[in-house]
Design a binder for this molecule. Structure first.
Ligand SMILES: C[S@@+](CC[C@H](N)C(=O)[O-])C[C@H]1O[C@@H](n2cnc3c(N)ncnc32)[C@H](O)[C@@H]1O
Length: 317
């Protein structure tokens, strides 16, 4: 079956996909529409459906799709997929629905080109500057200087943290509370713990499945003795302690499962949690995420800081 049989203009569809990708991926990974193919399937009731496969090429599939985490099996659609589906189903289909000869479903397939970078690594701040990952006077540049950060997490071809909005919220919540314990879940380079310690927390626990002790020591600097490092998954490292302040900074497409897992494992043993909900873009993914957070926690406020949405939550009784 061909696109022309379905009355689909491939060039026009390609333009819609490319303009959507250009809108949502420039800071993450260049991605472009490569080709389309179609097959005809039958529903159980016997009606025909055309499935259109959109092939997207990128230098980093993880960065384009959302972000990568090992526990994403059940949630393998990141915000880029949501955006594409929104653009195609919401707008393109709405215009063309009456012209199409079949019911059409779209499937997105994102592949990496051969020059794709290794997925995770810690990058020296000076190298990151040379490679343009820390633009002068950007919120991340301000945070890196303010907290003497030495190493940053790089995922694919973009920085994997810290989110400048989360840095700001951790600093202000740490100032608000007194002499408290801080939990840094998905700690990565442990920068959020450094921020919390600088703003008065008594001790920090950093949990990350790929925690690197040298990176943590460099970033924590003179605060290193106040931080306990646990290199393990959230589930195995959480323990039974209670915390006053928690920062939850998972990869974006891991957020749904991370919130579920965190809430189940910690069962109310915290006072305030700040959660990175990702980009401040109104996607269905964002709405779903908001609902999941609401199910488990009492949302006190959602702030939009530096293009990201940060929720400040309390435990639900
Ligand atoms: C967005 S990054 C965190 C960035 C971090 N706040 C920073 O400033 O560097 C997400 C982190 O989650 C970690 N991670 C993924 N799955 C995990 C799991 N099941 N348990 C613990 N850590 C996990 C990754 O290793 C990664 O460092």
């Amino acid at each position: 079956m061909h696109l022309t049989d379905l009355n689909i203009d491939e060039a026009e569809l390609g333009r819609v996909v490319n303009s959507t990708l250009a809108q949502v991926t420039p800071d993450y990974a260049a991605a472009r529409f490569e080709s389309c193919s179609t097959i005809e399937l039958c529903t159980p009731s016997g009606s025909p459906i055309a499935v259109v496969l959109l092939n997207i090429q990128t230098s980093s599939a993880s960065a384009t799709r959302g972000q990568y985490a090992p526990l994403t099996d059940n949630y393998n659609r990141g915000f880029v997929d949501e955006y594409l589906f929104g653009a195609i189903n919401g707008h393109w289909q709405a215009i063309h629905n009456r012209d199409l000869s079949h019911e059409v479903r779209f499937v997105v397939d994102i592949h990496e080109t051969d020059d794709a970078l290794p997925l995770y690594r810690f990058v020296d701040v000076d190298d990151a500057r040379i490679r343009g990952l820390i633009p002068d006077s950007s919120p991340i540049d301000v945070a890196v200087k303010r907290y003497s950060v030495r190493r940053l997490l790089q995922v694919g071809d973009h920085l994997g943290g810290p989110s400048p909005g989360l840095v700001e919220m951790v600093a202000s919540e740490a100032e608000r509370l007194e002499r408290h314990c801080f939990l840094d879940v998905f700690a990565g380079s442990c920068i959020l713990s450094r921020v919390a310690l600088e703003h008065g927390v008594r001790q920090a626990v950093c949990i990350d499945v790929m925690l690197d002790k040298d990176v943590a020591a460099e970033n924590l600097g003179r605060y290193a003795p106040l931080a306990e490092l646990r290199r393990a998954t959230l589930r195995s490292a959480l323990g039974t302690e209670s915390y006053d302040l928690v920062a939850i900074d998972p990869f974006y497409d891991h957020t749904l499962i991370a919130i579920n897992e965190f809430s189940r494992e910690i069962a109310g043993r915290f006072r305030t949690a700040v959660i990175n909900l990702g980009l401040a873009l109104p996607t269905t993914w964002q709405a779903r995420l908001h609902k999941v957070v609401e199910t488990h926690m009492c949302i006190k406020q959602v702030r939009e800081l530096h293009g990201e949405r940060i929720a400040v939550c309390g435990a639900k009784n």
